[in-house]
Design a protein around this ligand. Structure first.
Ligand code: NAD
Length: 477
């Protein structure tokens, strides 16, 4: 396959510089907007505040119509697979518009947008290959997705549910409905029946909550915060059939240990990528670094130097390698957290960012003692804890005690330590001597344990099985 060069990518996205996108619910047999649908709201760029388009949220009538129309996709598995692969091709062909929307609506830099499209396409092809005619429990799946991978995670959930023969009702994050609309439009264009894939944009608290309280939904795929997953679990228990599956991928308090044998350049690069890329808005992002105290001073000096080389700016510009956080609420929440640390004298380093939009300066905050984070700070804030060589088991204990278990990183050159730490740590994905970022669909399934998710891991051989049959309930979420 031809991989576009940066110049080709730039040429393809440029025509969309001034475009405005109009989008709304995609409901089968739609005969026009129902009377209770509110006027469309403006969507603006998190980097500049410039308008990106308008989105009409789903009304109660849209929701009722979508629930009545939803019909499992009963085409033979080979036909479903072919359609999903055609959708992958259409995603690739429309890369210019996709990159423009990812940059403008979600604040993604170009390298992030390239990686995101790649992942979305990989999900479509990977799950298409897993489509089978063995569908004991195909039904109506609700797919609720977050804004931080508004195309990749959104497409991953939907393509898995469709590959297993379900009907899908997709509820995208309120911050990124336009890219979701484009993704669904391309899947419908590829040949997914309109009754098998419908889009209901709108708030979690209204549209999302109404859907998770419907007894016409047979299962839910959810990616987002642990708090929302618990709310959805409770609503499903009250309203849906017993055993209705919840496939949840949730938050993390991801840690990394850097011991005194680690290669410093390698570890610094891994940390900068893991903590600050995508402005720290990845579920896998490094939140808490445990660095051995005898190297800590020199190591932090190197890390600060590497941070100073980051270039935050409008993600639409090719020169930027760090975008904004998603919205004003996110920015305020992160800045409050950093301000408290600063008042306590724990702000170690911060780099400047543009004044416009929702930028947050990547920063380092220290934590005294052998402690772990108490809550996820979803932004470019790296917490640092110093530990003594004798305290490594206390570090592992503190990290495990959080109850979260998404990603974990280790930088060391001691073989026994690799074995000891990777066996003792409770996390879905462990990264040794590399960056702590996501996974590769098909070869590195991704997902958390405990409060970080119900499993099985996305992009892995067992994921589709959960869309095919009722499940046991997970105890933690
Ligand atoms: P969120 O939980 O606020 O929202 C996620 C989705 O849930 C949105 O579509 C939202 O509208 C919907 N929602 C909110 N309340 C709802 C309700 N009561 N009923 C039904 N739906 C509701 O999360 P977010 O801020 O969009 O995303 C960030 C979070 O997602 C972080 O915690 C991050 O760690 C997590 N995340 C996890 C993974 C993973 O693979 N484990 C991947 C990406 C993001």
């Amino acid at each position: 396959r031809h991989r576009p060069t940066l110049e080709e990518i730039d040429a393809a996205r440029t025509p969309f510089a001034d475009s405005l996108w109009e989008a709304g619910p995609l409901v089968a047999a739609d005969t026009g907007a129902p009377a209770d649908r509110a006027p469309a709201q403006e969507v603006v760029s998190p980097a500049t505040g410039a308008p990106v388009g308008h989105i009409a949220s789903a009304s109660p009538t849209d929701i009722a119509n979508a629930l009545s129309a939803a019909t499992p996709w009963d085409a033979p598995a080979a036909d479903r697979a072919e359609v999903l692969k055609r959708a992958a091709d259409l995603y690739e062909e429309n890369f210019g518009e996709i990159f423009a929307l990812l940059a403008r609506e979600a604040g993604k830099t170009l390298p992030d947008a390239v990686a995101e499209l790649r992942e979305a396409v990989d999900f479509l092809r990977y799950y298409a290959n897993g489509a089978s005619d063995d569908r004991p429990a195909a039904g109506r799946f609700l797919c609720i997705s977050p804004w931080n991978f508004p195309l990749a995670i959104f497409t991953g959930q939907i393509s898995a549910a469709l590959a297993a023969g379900n009907a899908v009702i997709a509820k995208p994050a309120e911050q990124t409905p336009l890219i979701a609309h484009l993704g669904v439009s391309l899947m419908l264009k590829a040949g997914v029946p309109a009754t098998a894939l419908q889009l209901l944009p709108g708030d979690g608290a209204s549209v999302g909550a109404a859907l998770t309280a419907s007894d016409r939904i047979d299962g839910v795929a959810f990616t987002g915060s642990t708090e929302t997953a618990k709310r959805i679990r409770a609503s499903m228990a009250e309203h849906m059939a017993p055993g209705a599956p919840l496939i949840a991928e949730t938050g993390g308090l991801n840690a990394m240990i850097v011991d005194s044998t680690a290669l410093p350049e390698q570890a610094v690069q891994a940390i900068v990528e893991s903590a600050f890329q995508s402005a720290g808005q990845r579920c896998s992002a490094l939140r808490c670094l445990y660095v051995q105290d005898d190297i800590a001073d020199d190591f932090l000096k190197m890390l600060k130097g590497a941070m100073d080389a980051l270039r935050p700016g409008d993600p639409w510009a090719l020169s930027s390698d760090l975008g904004p956080v998603i919205d004003a609420d996110a920015r305020t929440g992160i800045l409050d957290h950093v301000a408290k640390a600063e008042m306590d004298g724990r702000l170690v380093h911060r780099i400047p960012v543009p004044n416009e939009g929702h930028f947050v300066g990547p920063c380092i905050v220290s934590i005294p003692g052998i402690a772990a984070l108490e809550r996820e700070i979803f932004g470019p804030v790296l917490h640092v804890v110093r530990f003594k060589a004798s305290e490594i088991d206390a570090v592992i204990e503190a990290v495990n005690a959080t109850g979260y278990g998404l990603t974990f990183g280790l930088q060391t050159r001691i073989d026994d330590r690799v074995q000891h730490v990777t066996e003792a740590i409770e996390a879905g994905n462990v990264y040794v001597n590399r960056n702590q970022i996501g996974a590769i669909v098909g070869s590195q399934p991704f997902g958390g344990e405990g409060l970080s998710g119900t499993g099985p891991k996305a992009g892995g051989p067992f994921y589709l099985t959960r869309f095919k049959a009722p499940l046991e309930r997970d105890a933690r979420i």
